[in-house]
Design a protein around this ligand. Structure first.
Ligand code: SAH
Length: 350
């Protein structure tokens, strides 16, 4: 079966009964209160990953996007977004400055911006790899590209790739991603896996039109894909998008989903995400207490990071970067965990 057929089969299987172990975990999830569920997930996290919280340096290098996802503040049609592109040299310098400060993992995220050709991205990746003596892990997150592009990125030295599937509901997916199918997104994930990338995906919680069943299928899909990393966060309506008038769903959805994911995919690295910190001042701590074990620190240069507005009220615009690291260490200590700059590879690779 090729990856196209395989992705079709995965979606088909998602609508069938889950295996026994999965069914048991879902049953437990449905019948357990949030506090107990989180405690259980935190204990599984501690058994497998210890009390370490891995730091990743996030560089948001472009907010140009060719896509028109209905939820996203940097969608192509949002004429109000102030657009920027970081120069190749500045992307490299930002990462190297982060390396000096101790970061050993860099995530380069952006809109789907064809300005950055395959060659350019490969050059950025290999320059950073070479300048750091191969000691830094490079993660890319720039949406769907061809398998050939992914292969070139991998050969240039990229180690990891993040690409959320956003929602596992095929109809909703097609609608909110403006025509792009869930099947195509899963195919990209399978392409990355078959190229031996450490592969991450995930979704937003509380998208309009989702039910509790959708939420459970979102988590099940993460298990079926055997992901190395799973990023989730609450959907936050952005007023300059077609979903701008949607309701903000309770943050608890995201907390419960974090715990469910930790139980369904114990080995995955799960970040306590910025979106969580943006709708609840304690959001990231709450995710850490529900089984998350990674924090992504925004090291994008100050002059541009204020324009990477996927959703309103994004924290870290003022508070973070390296200046906020001390306060972050305090926050992590407050939940009895310790920060680590270690490369934090996928467990199957260690
Ligand atoms: N272009 C890349 C990166 C997308 S932005 C890609 O296609 O993968 C990173 C993530 O931000 C998205 O995957 C989405 O889950 C999240 N996001 C976008 N808009 C959001 C919103 N309004 N609220 C919460 N999260 C949002």
């Amino acid at each position: 079966m090729n990856n196209k057929e395989l992705s079709e089969k995965i979606i088909e299987d998602l609508y069938k009964e889950p295996d026994r172990k999965t069914a048991e975990i879902i049953e437990y999830y449905l019948n357990t209160g949030t506090k107990e569920l989180c405690d259980k997930a935190a204990s599984v996290c501690n058994d497998i990953h210890g009390n370490t919280v891995f730091l990743r340096g996030l560089v948001e290098f472009t907010n140009y996007c060719a896509m028109d996802c209905l939820y996203c503040g940097i969608r192509h049609s949002n004429g109000k977004a102030v657009r920027y592109r970081m120069r190749e040299s500045s992307i490299v310098e930002t990462a190297l400055a982060g390396f000096e400060k101790g970061f050993r993992t860099f995530v380069f995220q952006g809109g789907e911006d064809p300005f950055y050709t395959t060659d350019m991205i490969c050059r950025i990746v290999s320059t950073i790899k070479n300048s750091t003596g191969g000691e830094a892990a490079i993660t890319l997150s720039e949406g769907i590209r061809s398998r050939e592009d992914y292969k070139a990125f991998r050969e240039a030295g990229a180690d990891r790739y993040l690409i959320r599937f956003e929602t596992s509901d095929p109809l909703l997916h097609k609608k909110i991603r403006n025509g792009i199918t869930l099947q195509r997104r899963i195919e990209a994930i399978l392409d990355l896996k078959s190229l031996d990338f450490e592969t991450g995906s995930g979704y937003m919680t509380g998208l309009p039109g989702e039910t509790e069943e959708t939420g459970i299928r979102n988590a099940r899909l993460c298990r079926m894909l055997e992901l190395d990393m799973i990023g989730i966060g609450p959907f936050i309506p952005h007023k300059d998008t077609p979903l701008g008038l949607s309701d903000q769903m309770p943050f608890e959805l995201c907390i419960r989903a974090t715990a469910l994911l930790r139980l369904l995919v114990p080995s995955a690295h799960i970040p306590a995400t910025t979106a969580a910190g943006s709708i609840d001042p304690e959001g990231r701590e709450k995710m850490l207490k529900a089984g998350a074990n990674v924090l992504m620190i925004n090291i994008t240069p100050d002059d541009v990071k204020k324009h990477y507005l996927l959703y309103p009220g994004k924290v870290c615009l003022e508070e973070e970067g390296e200046t906020g690291l001390g306060s972050l260490a305090e926050r992590v200590k407050s939940v009895n965990r310790v920060l680590s700059y270690n490369i934090g590879s996928a467990l199957r690779k260690t």
